[in-house]
Design a protein around this ligand. Structure first.
Ligand code: ATP
Ligand code: MG
Length: 150
């Protein structure tokens, strides 16, 4: 689908947040400024989290509570491979009963798949955001597996 404004991208995330269940993971692929954080902000709104989502620039993870389910928002841009992730203790937090949204999932070091060392999500949504104009983004996604993956 194409969105024509940040508000429209946020609305896409909001719909996903309304739909999300425990143990869902959303992987957000896309260049700098493609709208990953905007989409994550919408997911938080859909879950009913009262706080506004910002870029977790200096931390790898922000947890947003107060909604229907907790939202775990990862930005792994600064991470350097799975060892760094394990060192940061993120392997233990990657999936639980909340909803997990991950920017720069490439850094998990598992290519296009879910890393074998992390607990499997209940649902995995792979999203690709592309900048197709100053205010336009192409958003494509696929869901990989209902129930336990593998
Ligand atoms: N249709 C659109 N959808 C989303 N964002 C848009 C759109 N049009 C313009 N923008 C702008 O693009 C920027 C997207 O920023 P955002 O922080 O969400 O990107 P990001 O993918 O998270 O980048 P980073 O990799 O640096 O974290 C914002 O400045 C937003 O206003
Ligand atoms: Mg971002």
């Amino acid at each position: 689908m194409k969105t024509e404004s940040p508000a429209e991208t946020e609305a896409v995330g909001r719909a996903w947040g309304l739909e999300a269940g425990p143990g869902w993971v959303v992987l957000l692929y896309g260049d700098l400024g493609s709208g990953k954080t905007v989409l994550a902000r919408g997911v938080a709104q859909g879950l009913g989290c009262p706080a506004r989502v910002h870029s977790p620039t200096f931390s790898l993870l922000h947890v947003y509570r107060g909604g229907r389910l907790p939202l775990y928002h990862f930005d792994l841009y600064r991470l350097d491979g799975p060892e760094a992730i394990a060192r940061a203790g993120l392997d233990e937090q990657l999936v639980n009963e909340g909803v997990t949204v991950i920017e720069w999932p490439e850094r998990l070091g598992a290519g296009e798949t879910w890393p074998a060392w992390a607990p499997p999500p209940q649902r995995l949504r792979r999203v690709l955001l592309e900048i197709t104009g100053p205010n336009q983004r192409e958003i494509r996604y696929e869901d990989l597996g209902l129930g336990r993956l593998g």
